[in-house]
Design a protein around this ligand. Structure first.
Ligand SMILES: Nc1ncnc2c1ncn2[C@@H]1O[C@H](COP(=O)(O)OP(=O)(O)OP(=O)(O)O)[C@@H](O)[C@H]1O
Ligand SMILES: NC(=O)CC[C@H](N)C(=O)O
Length: 652
């Protein structure tokens, strides 16, 4: 975003209640959005209903019940089964702001564009911009360009072009054309000469301080005025502009200014810069140009060249709309329409390029794609499905206000999406072997495990049952108590899909570490319905189980607002943001899940765009949702926790 625009937007506090909306709006305190009274009422009613449902659900939680009981629970309660289907994926285009934007200009075909500056990796906020621009065109049967806004060769790098395009496709969108603002440098130059010819632009030699004074001084309260350069003749301006082009001026010695309307209250009309001298080679045009057009000169004209019908951008460009329309009217036939929607941010997420770079350089994170970050490459590496991101944006809806969304809300959408879509496997984070002494007759037999207890269409797979199985350390207690329902000496627990529940008889301990090293148990053939079922993984060669490293992620920062933390955001790093389990084990069904990935196929991850390791996703039953990390090799599996199974109540 150009600094001047950001400053102007900040001055007018565009993040506050939108002033340009006729309807009476009210603040939705949960999302930070301004919505109509009716919409707020609807939302509150929906939330109240959901809270009640959660309460009832907690009371009837069946996750630890026997399989038969689980089946019964899902068939007996049709309401829960039909629960929370995904929202209409086009909801954000059918109502509210985007519907209004279309109705303002109900033309066909629709053309939109997503116009990133190739100066960094995209972040979660950009996912909204992609969903809005590409989605709007798709919904209306139109086309969306991916246009690299590459007018600032100082900050641009090849790697960002590739990464940005990859992200658009990963989110499931196909650009109509990939274009570059720089493709138009010749045409833009000619139009700049035309603007000079119309007496609407002049070459200025003033410095920053002088320009500030012309625009009303530090506080903007003194009278605005134009400098003497504004009086130059068309011929003189043309000559000077050509001299700029031909390298006769050094950077800052001269720049081309539009002659707009300094009496207008909008700072975007105070003779903005159109061209500046910059002695930098450009990655596409090489050293052909010594002058480069500004955002304000370039963007609106490129929109017109590409026939953009609806130019959708974020609210900090609200004031720029005036100069956007002014310039197009001076120079071109086709008039695009710019409209502005609110930015999306996630609380506790650092998105500034400088801060991200510092985190990477100081090795606080594993790289720009570290799963704790909110760049899109990081969110992808963590395993968040592209469809879940689109669902999140759609659920939030699009309005004119900026929203800072709690990370727990993002995670809740991801969780719901994964719950519906991914297969289930058994995984043990911190394994303890349990020897079932009377299991000889079952040793090496197979049990059948469904990939989804809720969706039989996902099929099932076989798991070897072995006399020694691994269970999680947290599922065994050396000393039993009445309110404890998992394994303990003399206590029975169910093993999911196993022939019988087991009862612990004894255990051994490493005296040096105090850790249990082995539990001995027997089948409990009497207890038909143990209170709890736990996951297990077969042990030994031939069981097909695999060792893996599991990385559990928590928020990178201790607070929701790291920028405001005492001593700065680096002082706010959460020491528990990554917890590694190096000796986890996963059952053999993992091989099938890996071979079938992406499972399910979805936007951005289909036959054509075969996903990377992160598209191998599953629910580790009773543990969390996981995806394969890009650090994995043929010999070593590394898994990332995408999200926990349930929201951590403390966090929310
Ligand atoms: N947080 C956000 N929420 C929604 N849209 C965004 C957000 N950030 C950027 N965009 C939009 O994405 C498009 C491309 O953005 P570009 O990379 O040029 O943005 P930017 O504002 O410089 O981003 P940043 O400075 O945050 O990296 C623009 O239309 C911009 O308005
Ligand atoms: N109009 C827009 O969407 C602005 C895009 C531009 N690349 C910016 O953020 O600076």
């Amino acid at each position: 975003m150009p600094d001047a625009v950001a400053d102007a937007a900040a001055k007018l506090q565009l993040g506050d209640a939108p002033a340009d909306n006729g309807a009476k709006l009210q603040l939705d305190e949960e999302t930070g959005e301004w919505v109509s009274k009716g919409e707020l009422k609807k939302r509150l009613a929906k939330r109240a209903k959901k809270a009640l449902k959660e309460k009832n659900k907690d009371a009837n939680d069946t996750s630890a019940a026997p399989k038969a009981a689980q089946d019964a629970a899902t068939t007996k309660k049709p309401k829960e089964k039909a629960e929370e289907g995904p929202l209409d994926p086009d909801a954000m285009f059918k109502q509210g702001f985007l519907n209004d934007v279309y109705n303002e200009r109900p033309v066909k075909p629709v053309f939109t564009r997503f116009p990133p500056e190739p100066n960094g990796f995209l972040h979660i906020g950009h996912a909204k911009a992609i969903a809005v621009n590409f989605g709007f065109a798709r919904y209306h049967g139109g086309k969306c360009y991916l246009r690299f806004d590459d007018t600032n060769p100082e900050a641009e790098e090849e790697i960002y072009f590739t990464a940005i395009e990859e992200m658009v496709r990963w989110l499931g969108f196909e650009p109509y054309k990939v274009t570059y603002s720089s493709d138009n440098f010749d045409r833009l130059y000619e139009l700049a000469e035309k603007l000079i010819g119309l007496g609407k632009a002049y070459v200025c030699h003033c410095g920053d301080e002088e320009i500030k004074l012309q625009r009303g001084g530090e506080k903007g309260t003194s009278p605005r005025y134009r400098c003497k350069h504004a009086e130059q003749s068309v011929e003189e301006n043309l000559q000077k502009f050509r001299d700029m082009r031909d390298g006769k001026y050094k950077p800052r010695e001269a720049f081309l200014r539009m002659k707009q309307d300094i009496t207008d209250g909008n700072p975007q009309m105070w003779d903005l810069a159109a061209y500046r001298v910059l002695d930098k080679p450009h990655h596409r045009t090489g050293s052909k140009w010594k002058i480069y057009p500004s955002y304000d000169f370039t963007h609106c004209l490129c929109d017109s060249f590409e026939g953009i019908t609806h130019s959708l951008c974020t609210t900090e460009f609200f004031l720029s709309r005036t100069s956007y329309e002014w310039l197009n009217k001076q120079l071109v036939e086709f008039q695009p329409m710019q409209r502005e929607y609110g930015r999306l941010s996630i609380s506790g997420a650092v998105l500034s390029k400088r801060k991200l770079k510092e985190l990477v350089d100081k090795k606080i994170v594993r790289g720009w794609d570290d799963p704790r970050l909110y760049t899109l490459i990081a969110v992808r590496r963590r395993g968040v499905p592209p469809g879940a991101i689109l669902e999140f944006v759609n659920e939030l809806g699009v309005t004119t206000s900026n929203s800072i969304i709690q990370v727990t809300r993002f995670e809740q959408t991801i969780r719901r999406y994964l719950e519906r879509t991914v297969p289930r496997l058994m995984l043990v984070l911190d394994p303890v072997p349990v020897v079932i002494e009377d299991a000889d007759e079952f040793d090496g037999t197979e049990v059948t495990a469904p990939f989804s207890p809720k969706n039989p269409a996902m099929g099932d797979h076989k798991i070897k049952f072995t006399k020694t199985v691994y269970i999680d350390r947290s599922d065994f207690r050396e000393v039993d108590s009445k309110d404890y329902f998992r394994l303990a000496p003399g206590k029975t627990v169910g093993l999911l899909q196993a022939p019988f529940p087991i009862k612990a008889t004894s255990f051994t301990k490493d005296e040096a570490t105090g850790k249990v090293t082995e539990v001995r148990a027997v089948f409990d053939r009497e207890t038909k319905k143990p209170k709890t079922f736990i996951q297990w993984v077969p042990a030994g060669e031939g069981s097909g189980s695999r060792k893996c490293e599991v990385r559990l992620y928590n928020p990178l920062f201790k607070s929701d607002n790291p920028a405001a933390a005492e001593g700065g955001y680096l002082n706010d790093i959460n020491p528990e943001s990554e917890v590694v389990y190096p000796n986890a084990v996963i059952e053999s069904g993992f091989d099938e899940v890996r071979a079938r990935a992406p499972w399910p196929e979805a936007a951005g991850e289909d036959k054509q765009h075969k996903g990377g390791p992160e598209s191998v996703r599953f629910q580790g039953m009773r543990v969390a949702y996981f995806a394969v990390d890009s650090d994995s090799t043929d010999d070593k599996i590394v898994l990332n926790r995408i999200v926990s199974l349930k929201e951590d109540k403390e966090k929310s």
